[in-house]
Write a protein that binds this ligand. Structure first.
Ligand code: G6P
Ligand code: ZN
Length: 544
């Protein structure tokens, strides 16, 4: 087996976004494209010789080919050992768990998360660091610098490794361990949750649940957890066979893309509980019978009920939410007397807080929830957390959330997405809002008075690093908020996200339709940002 050094030239578009480098599959299939990025990861890291790396992906189209290339490049670059999931599969949370369990230097996760897959779908590469979490900005910037200067990469001439079953191999001098990609994750979940109590609930016959894996990576994990270990009947997991193109669907667990599950939970004879997860298994959506739990409310409810769950029975140190996530959890934190951190969008910003023991639970409006058990958000963890609470409280999802609102007030919340709009005008819209800055403060719009308006900037309380330009926040004196930002995960044009939130303490007003309750603020968002003028759109493409 010989190591080849291949001459190459830089691609100019390899800047990692919110969650790694995400591009259409044909972009990744260009000669040297993947190789350049992987070599840049290796070049940016110090002391990789002899180290352990974890590699796996969500099983989407191009996963297998990419894994073989990465294995050969890792061997050529002096990596000591690679842990790779069977079939090249690891859900993102499982990869994070394995990096931590084996004290690996880091991991390369192949996924474009909730973006569609297939030959014309998306693919992605993300580097996670030694704590199991996404690389912080200083690491992704170093990788980007390397992509701009690259002139060669190293790859071993060798045959493909058989990834079909667990086994140990040698690739040059590097050890390759092909491992069961589900077992280590299940073991971790068994440490956190009361499996006996959840099993009693799921096998009682009086409680029915439905888990939609959307033909994506969580299928095998969900079959193992719910049907094998927790006694739920076969058939509980829907779309549990991962497909390279996710069956042509959009593996994003929200009201729009997980509509089949929504129909079941809002249909006749609906089960008690429904959940879905995304392409790589880190997102989740929680539904009760005829009831949708917003991700922001979910974080608040989990925080308020954490002591009911074995892994968190001693209480939690603090919570963190991304800036656009509703302030529902802030109210719980206040009552519990713990700190609530507001970070920019992107799970990587939670890493330092979790490492420093400042936060135990974290969550985002973008259907992400997680804790200090790993350094990624974790879809099935959130489902198990809910099931554990349901098993202990013996009440319905709806009752638990409504009681929560009674106690803390309700944060009506919705996100309006304008997908695939032209980048130029979308940036102009943001620049205009940015330039309005503080001049909005004190201004009156109908019943609303602007209390503050800024472009969110975050100073990490652990390492002092500053992340600016993270989205326009407009806060009103009654606690309502409108937030504008451009998505950092799209691959086509720009996506404008408008987040709208209104606080209602009065329990007699907790039954209003969300879009109805938010109507005045939705109109105000248009009035202030002139969305129609800049995007040419009269309506959002997705409302969650
Ligand atoms: C990924 C990240 C999340 C983040 C989300 C936002 O899923 O892992 O942490 O909240 O992207 O994406 P956006 O498209 O809004 O930038
Ligand atoms: Zn994801």
């Amino acid at each position: 087996m010989t190591i080849r050094t291949v001459a190459t030239t830089p691609f100019t578009d390899q800047k990692p976004g919110t969650s790694g480098l995400r591009k259409a599959v044909p972009t990744f299939q260009q000669p040297h494209y993947l190789e350049n990025f992987i070599q840049s990861i290796f070049d940016s890291l110090d002391g990789i010789q002899g180290q352990t790396l974890v590699v796996g992906g969500d099983g989407r189209y191009y996963n297998r080919q990419a894994i073989q290339i990465i294995l050969r490049m890792a061997a050529a670059n002096g990596i000591g050992r690679i842990l790779v999931g069977c079939d090249g599969i690891f859900s993102t949370p499982a990869a994070s768990a394995v990096i931590r369990k084996y004290n690996a230097l880091g991991g390369i996760i192949l996924s474009a998360s909730h973006n569609p897959g297939g030959p014309n779908g998306d693919f992605g590469v993300k580097y996670n660091v030694t704590n199991g979490g996404p690389a912080p900005e200083k690491v992704t910037e170093a990788i980007f610098e390397c992509t701009k200067a690259i002139s060669e990469y190293k790859i071993l001439d060798a045959a493909d490794i058989n990834l079909d079953r667990p086994g140990s191999f040698k690739l040059g001098t590097m050890d390759v361990e092909v491992m069961d990609s589900v077992a280590p994750y299940v073991e971790l979940m068994q440490k956190l949750f009361d499996f006996d109590q959840i099993k009693a609930l799921l096998s009682s016959g009086s409680f029915r649940m439905c888990m939609d894996s959307l033909h994506a990576v969580t299928g095998p994990y969900a079959h193992a957890l719910f049907e094998k270990h927790l006694g739920a009947p076969t058939g509980t997991v829907l779309n549990g066979t991962p497909l390279e193109d996710f069956g042509g669907g959009h593996p994003d667990p929200n009201l729009v893309y997980a509509h089949d599950l929504v129909e079941i939970l809002f249909g006749e004879n609906a089960p008690d509980f429904g959940a879905a997860s995304d392409g790589d298994g880190d997102r989740n959506m929680i539904l009760g019978r005829n009831f949708f739990v917003t991700p922001s409310d979910s974080l608040a409810v989990l925080t308020a009920n954490a002591k009911l769950v074995p892994g968190y029975k001693d209480g939690i140190a603090g919570v963190a939410r991304s800036m656009p996530t509703s302030e529902a959890v802030d109210r719980v934190a206040k009552k519990l007397g713990i700190e609530c951190y507001e970070t920019p969008t992107g799970w990587k910003f939670f890493g330092n807080l979790l490492d420093a023991g400042k936060a135990t639970l974290c969550g985002e409006e973008s259907f992400g929830t997680g804790s200090n058990h790993i350094r990624e958000k974790d879809g099935l963890w959130a489902v198990l957390f809910w099931l554990n609470i349901l098993a202990v409280r013996g009440e319905s999802v709806e009752k638990i959330v409504r009681d929560h609102w009674k106690e803390y007030g309700r944060n009506y919340y919705s996100r309006h997405d304008y997908e695939e709009v032209e980048s130029g005008p979308a940036n102009e819209l943001m620049d205009r809002l940015r330039s309005m800055g503080g001049e909005l403060t004190g201004k009156q719009f109908g019943n609303y008075t602007v209390a503050y308006s800024d472009d969110f900037s975050y100073t990490d309380p652990v390492d002092g690093s500053v992340s600016s330009k993270q989205g326009i926040r407009i806060g009103f004196t009654d606690g309502s908020r409108i937030v504008f930002r451009l998505s950092g995960t799209g691959t086509k044009g720009a996506t404008l996200r408008v987040y709208i939130e209104s606080y209602e303490p009065d329990a007699s007003k907790h039954n209003i339709d969300t879009q109805e309750a938010l109507k005045p603020l939705i109109q105000l968002a248009e009035e202030i940002a002139k969305i129609q003028q800049f995007t040419g759109r009269t309506e959002p493409t997705v409302i969650t």
